[in-house]
Design a protein around this ligand. Structure first.
Ligand SMILES: [Zn+2]
Ligand SMILES: [Zn+2]
Length: 325
């Protein structure tokens, strides 16, 4: 066990980071059962996203059937709903952690606050810069993929199911969508780290060495295009509107939830909600490591895993040098 406080970090989990990949062979039944229970049988961030998707489908988004013909009315409706969704989710997390300082420095990885007065950022302000890219380009691309998906579904070009007609496939889809999204993200992310694309596109996201909720969805438009293309899975695999909305929430507000800069939300000193990972925080600081997320095995299989130790940092630095030599 290592000291959770070091000269590099305000807080970090026990190091080296464990390997909680769900893809280990042979499968470990107890581990998988605990993974399932943690994610799906408690009020986890995933379950909250499904509940939110159902509520938004009922009360906020237009009925998918209106998308059969292109009209500005419903397209604008979807865009406005997405704008409000990202604004409220990222805004609420930012308000709680960085304005109200509801948790102080407890479980915060980086010692620093959000940057101000630095010409690296538009408006000389990291938060305002991050909001600009998230709400502008981010909401635009999220909406673009969503409205095309709605149009394809409304016209029967993409097959649809309902939770009633295919309950098993519906539930299975909920479980598989985050796994699909993580798989898609890993490969898109590797591509974005090809030096040419990194310099012109992905470096915009990486200016956030220290991250906050608004950093998650703050990307270059080309990165938004690639990142949101995860939604194209609904063009091929039969889906339901709630599944599409869950996926939209997972990509947009979900990015704010994984970039809070804190590990968990504490309520009365108990960890209640996982809101960031040291795994991705290491990626933001050391770049050429941990392209995926901890639950997927890709970084370990392809030798890009940084376990948080000084040895991991040395390996990552050597890889970076080789990539740019
Ligand atoms: Zn990130
Ligand atoms: Zn990256």
């Amino acid at each position: 066990m290592s000291d959770p406080v070091s000269k590099d970090w305000n807080y970090h989990p026990d190091l080296p980071l464990a390997d909680p990949s769900i893809f280990v062979w042979p499968p470990r039944a107890g581990f998988l059962a605990r993974w399932f229970a943690r994610n799906w049988l408690s009020l986890s961030e995933r379950v909250m996203m499904v509940l939110l998707a159902a509520a938004l489908w009922l009360w906020v988004y237009p009925d998918f059937s209106v998308a059969a013909t292109w009209q500005w009315g419903w397209v604008l409706h979807v865009w406005l709903a997405n704008l409000a969704l990202v604004f409220i989710c990222a805004g609420a997390l930012h308000w709680y952690f960085f304005m109200r300082k509801g948790q102080g420095m407890r479980l915060k990885f980086d010692k620093r606050d959000m940057a101000k007065g630095n010409a690296l950022w538009s408006f000389r302000n990291q938060v305002h810069d991050n909001m600009y890219w998230s709400l502008g380009s981010g909401v635009f691309f999220l909406t673009a993929f969503q409205v095309v998906t709605m149009w394809l579904m409304a016209n029967g070009y993409a097959l649809t199911i309902t939770p009633m007609s295919n309950p098993i496939w519906f539930v299975l889809s909920l479980i598989l969508l985050p796994i699909w999204s993580a798989f898609h993200f890993y490969w898109v992310h590797r591509l974005l780290h090809v030096p040419l694309l990194y310099t012109h596109v992905h470096s915009l996201h990486h200016r956030n060495v220290n991250v906050g909720p608004w950093s998650g969805f703050s990307m270059h438009p080309v990165e938004h295009l690639l990142y949101c293309s995860s939604l194209c899975i609904h063009w091929i695999v039969p889906s339901d509107p709630i599944l599409v909305l869950f996926h939209v929430i997972y990509l947009g507000p979900g990015a704010a939830m994984t970039h809070t800069g804190y590990e968990d939300l504490l309520i009365k000193d108990k960890r209640r909600l996982a809101l960031g990972t040291f795994y991705h925080q290491l990626h933001h600081r050391y770049y050429e490591c941990n392209y995926g997320n901890q639950e997927m095995p890709w970084d370990r299989w392809f030798g890009t895993f940084h376990n948080g130790t000084p040895e991991g940092t040395a390996e990552t630095r050597a890889r970076k040098k080789q990539m740019y030599s």
